[in-house]
Structures are given as C-alpha cells and as structure tokens.
Design a binder for this molecule. Structure first.
Ligand SMILES: [Zn+2]
Length: 448
C-alpha cells in the first residue's frame, strides 16, 4: 500500500526545523523492516507571501510503500514522534496528513493553489475527508494545510535536490564554523550542478543559515550525486549529526505560475502581471525603487526593495510606456502604502522610445541654441542667429536598459527563486525511482 505522510509547521521559533524532524523520522521509519521509501523525502516550499508562515514555509512529504496491516503502527509512531518533539509549544501549529494510494488530482490541485495563494484550513480538512485521508493537528492546526499541500506536490515537473547536514544538539545556537575556502572550492568544482552556494557580488556564503536551528549547512543542486559530492567537499569544524537529501521545488519558480490581471490580484498572492509602465520609477526612503504598471484592468505599484540590489538599477531605467512582465508577491495595502507587488524578477519585453525636449539646433551653424525667455524663441551664441518662433524639439534618447529577464542577486533569492543559470536546465517528469542513498548518520555512510 502506498502511503504519503505530509507534515508542516513543526519548527518552533526556539530552534528545531521541519526538515530536521523529517530526517529523524526517516531514520525511525527506515529501521522498520516493512517500510520501503518510494521517493526521496519531498521538501516543498509553499507560497512565500503568507504572513503567518514559519520561516521558510517549507513542508515535507514522505512517500512510502508499506503492508496494509502496518498502517496503524506507522501512523501511531509518526504522530507520537511529532508530538514528542513538539512538546506543546505555543508558537507552532504542527499538522500531519496521511493519504493512502495514489495522490488524487484534487489534492494536486490544492497544492497548486497553496503555492501562490491563500488556502483555508477548512478546505484542507474537507478535501482530506473526501479522499479518505487522515489529519492530526496541534494548537490552531494550521500545519495541516501545508502537510496536505506537501502530499499533493509530487514534484513531477521541475525539481532540484538539497542535501542538509545537521548539527549535534550541543552546537545548536552556537556560531557555525565553516571553512570558506572549502565552499569556494566546492562551488568551483560542482557549478552549475549546484547553485546559490555564494553571492557573487558580496562573496557571502549562502549555504549556511544564521539562526539557532539544527541545520549546519545545505547545498542545492541538480542531482543527488552533485549534492553529495558537495557535502563531502565542505569542511566544518564540528561533528555532523546526520544528513539527508531532499527532492525539492527549490530554485524552480514553482510559485510564479499564475498570470493575473491587475484587477484580480489579491493580498498574499504570488503573481505574474504583464502590462505597461504607467508611472515612472521613483526612489523612496530606504533606497527602495517603486513604479506602477497598468494593464487596462487597473494600475498597481511595484517595488524593488533595497535587498534586491542591482535589480533596482534595472527598474530605475524604465520609462512610462515600456512593456514589462513583473513577478512577485502581493503586499497588502496599509494605511499609508497602496497594495504593491514585491518584485522577485522582471522581464523587460519591449522598450518604448524615450524622447526628451531639447532646444533646437541653429540652422546656420548647427550649434544648439539657447532660449531667449519663455515663448520668446531661441538664439545662437556662436553665430548670433535668432529665431523668435523656434520651439523646443523632441530628441530620441538612447536607452541604456536592454530587453530581457532580470533577477535579484542570489543573496536575496527566496527558496523558490529560479537562479539565472537554471534557465534551460529545467527537468520535466520524474519516474519515481526508488532512492538509493538519501540519509546517513555520518559522512562515512556516503557512497561516493
Ligand atoms: Zn549659429
């Protein structure tokens, strides 16, 4: 019998993390002789614009083959395990979902929506009932939404892998000591099969989180072999408690699949909107750049915030009339700010002609003339020619901005942001191969 176990929101603010819990749970299940893993653990990032999300809004699904008689035992073990690790903390709202058999189209559809909009708990619960699944929730039970969505995102279109190395408990909360040279070397030797190891602009190491969570570092890449090679190459000054390879939607733009008209966009959605620049870019306090886009159904503000770095330069080069496609999350209107698309990337589709009004050229000697006062015409300073009827003329200004796709630097990418080098490397289709090696307690377990 196929069994999909989804869980979400098991990470507390004090530490802990859904993927760590998954990794421990994998070990527990792996030791049960009757459990067979049908896929790598799936780590699914959901709509990043949900304000009540946990840090990365990531949920996990384990896909197993078990004998039917073992269902109750597996369920009890999983629920008990989550319950014990969560210890009733008030800030977390864990949810666990069990689905038997193949994942239905309805559940897949639910996940599709959970990636770019707000979905309700009551809808999740209704659907679980309809498909004959079971759900367990704690506190406000919101984790059930993500748990179901993780079950439904079977990662059959584009996907990537991430290997995560975890710290032993006594190091949790302490600064991480990673040899930066080893990360540079790993990046050089595994690129482009791994991605977002470093930020090229600042040299910052991106594989290492900063919080108190048990994650020591994580490397993202195209294949299991690539991320395991990277895992071996990174040298750290502390023991690795365990490691796990997840199949994920990281770096796939999985959330940016919904083309919307301006009139349809709602708060917290991740949207793609095509239109014309209708208000010129303007730098606002905090060094953010805003402009407006209109598509005939309405006009909406777009913002390139300070952390988007060079993307702001691109945005500053836009002029009214340029045709663009903007991608990003919708920030709700607040009393002093209108609703705004928080730019994650932009495609400049068509540049308009940029014209400036300039003084006319002297018909006699070709020099640009100077004004003799408003409405009084122009005169030439070089040869003395005067023309009281001359008017300013339109002059086309060359555009420095080029048509094309622009992304922020890797340091401000979201988990889901597709890095520029992955364009053209997308995978399509997954044949549900049984994973060979995907977790271990030490690097000695590594097959390569
Ligand atoms: Zn002249």
């Amino acid at each position: 019998m196929k069994l999909h176990i989804g869980f979400d929101d098991t990470d507390s603010l004090k530490g802990g993390c859904t993927t760590y819990l998954a990794s421990c749970l994998i070990e527990l299940l792996y030791k049960l002789k009757f459990v067979r893993f049908l896929d790598y653990p799936n780590l699914v990032r959901l709509n990043p614009n949900i304000p009540w999300k946990t840090r990365g809004n990531g949920a996990v699904c384990l896909r197993l083959e078990i004998p039917e008689w073992a269902y109750l035992e597996v369920r009890e073990r999983v629920v008990g395990f989550v319950e014990r690790s969560f210890r009733g903390e008030a800030e977390t709202n864990p949810g666990i979902v069990f689905l038997k058999g193949d994942v239905s189209e309805q559940v897949k559809g639910f996940s599709f929506e959970a990636l770019w909009r707000v979905v309700s708990l009551s809808r999740a619960l209704r659907l679980i009932r309809v498909v004959g699944g079971e759900a367990y929730g704690f506190n406000n039970c919101r984790g059930i939404i993500g748990a179901l969505a993780a079950c439904g995102e079977t990662l059959e279109d584009d996907y990537t892998f991430e290997v995560i190395a975890y710290r032993t408990r006594r190091f949790w909360g302490k600064p991480r000591k990673i040899d930066p040279e080893s990360v540079l070397r790993m990046d050089r030797e595994t690129y482009p099969q791994t991605f977002n190891n470093l930020d090229p602009e600042t040299g910052r190491i991106l594989i290492m989180p900063r919080g108190p969570d048990p994650v020591l570092f994580g490397v993202r890449g195209e294949t299991v072999e690539a991320v395991l090679k990277a895992l071996k190459m990174v040298s750290v000054d502390e023991p690795i408690e365990r490691w796990t390879v997840f199949r994920t939607n990281h770096g796939t733009d999985n959330h940016l699949r919904c083309r919307c008209r301006v009139a349809e966009v709602k708060p917290h959605m991740a949207v793609v909107v095509e239109g014309w620049v209708s208000k010129p870019p303007k730098t606002i306090p905090g060094r953010h750049v805003i402009f407006s886009v209109s598509d005939g159904t309405g006009e909406i503000f777009c913002a390139a915030y300070e952390p988007t770095g060079e993307l702001r330069k691109v945005v500053k080069g836009l002029v009214v009339g340029d045709r663009v496609r903007v991608y990003g999350g919708l920030r709700k209107a607040k009393p002093r700010t209108p609703k705004t698309i928080n730019l994650e990337k932009i495609e400049v589709l068509e540049l308009t002609r940029k014209v400036e009004l300039k003084n006319p050229l002297c018909p006699r000697c070709g020099k640009r003339m100077v004004s003799m006062g408003k409405g009084k015409g122009f005169r030439c300073e070089k040869c003395g020619f005067r023309d009281s009827k001359a008017k300013k003329v339109e002059v086309e200004v060359p555009r420095s901005l080029k048509e094309g796709l622009y992304l922020p630097p890797p340091r401000s990418h979201r988990h889901l942001t597709k890095p520029i080098q992955r364009y053209g490397m997308e995978k399509h289709g997954w044949n549900f191969e049984e994973p060979k090696v995907f977790w271990g307690r030490s690097l000695a377990d590594l097959p390569f």
